[in-house]
Design a protein around this ligand. Structure first.
Ligand SMILES: C[S@@+](CC[C@H](N)C(=O)[O-])C[C@H]1O[C@@H](n2cnc3c(N)ncnc32)[C@H](O)[C@@H]1O
Length: 227
């Protein structure tokens, strides 16, 4: 893809390519590898009629793929990047998936996301965002989960993580160094730090799922109301 050092397009996805048939559609090789393993977890943990808000949807391939595989689910994608939103809209249009809403412009660091008037969501999903954004984005994400999920609702995150202060593999350590070289505010986070931040927003870590390529899925649940 066109690389503009320092520009958002570069940050969106270094290895994304545009499809020649529909120039606004971006395709990420990583998504082709991770979408089915992620879908398997989502199908297990989400209610079949869940209303899902996805943050940092990027190119939009995940949204189109998951929505097509889970027809009872309503999927709301979002991204703060205009190229990403154009790509998401193009994927939805091309695949004609009826249960995906048009993409929203949401920066998770904002105090309000413009969806606060809607009924509470059953789940928030953020794939490959936590390590490719400043720590403030993770704090905004968990605050949003506390604000927008129904009691018992889920926050699903996916990506590489450290555990107990250590990288899980040398390749993740190298990846972390390359991320920090690109932007010092980025980096592979520790599961414990994310969990601690989530607990401040009434979110409890329910499950850690080991995923291919040394990634983890984290499933947090919003505390249920005490009777
Ligand atoms: C590596 S891409 C991941 C995209 C997609 N989820 C995937 O896995 O292919 C990181 C995404 O995070 C988004 N992002 C970065 N900072 C953000 C923020 N503060 N709020 C919401 N999204 C953000 C970027 O626009 C980008 O789309």
């Amino acid at each position: 893809m066109g690389v503009q050092p320092g520009g958002f397009r570069f940050r969106l996805c270094e290895e994304c390519v545009w499809l020649s048939a529909m120039p606004e559609r971006l395709r990420s090789p990583a998504t082709a590898r991770n979408r089915q393993p992620i879908l398997t977890v989502l199908q297990r943990v989400l209610p079949s009629n869940a209303r899902v808000l996805e943050l940092a949807s990027g190119a939009g391939e995940h949204a189109a793929y998951f929505a097509a595989a889970m027809p009872g689910v309503t999927w709301q994608p979002s991204d703060p990047d205009a190229d990403a939103r154009a790509s998401i809209a193009a994927w939805i249009g091309a695949d004609a998936v009826a249960n995906v809403r048009p993409p929203l412009n949401i920066d998770v660091r904002a105090g309000l996301w413009g969806v606060e008037e809607q009924p509470p969501f059953d789940a928030l999903v953020a794939i490959n965002m936590i390590h490719i954004s400043p720590w403030e984005a993770t704090l905004g994400l968990v605050r949003g989960a506390g604000r927008l999920l129904r009691p018992g609702g889920l926050l699903f995150t996916y990506g590489p993580y450290k555990r107990d202060g250590r990288h899980t593999t040398p390749s993740n350590e190298s990846f972390d160094a390359s991320l920090r070289a690109r932007d010092p505010s980025w980096g592979v986070r520790d599961v414990a730090d994310v969990t601690r931040a989530a607990e401040h927003s009434a979110m409890q870590l329910r499950e850690i799922v080991e995923m291919p390529a040394n990634n983890l899925s984290l499933v947090f649940e919003k505390r249920r109301l005490v009777e």
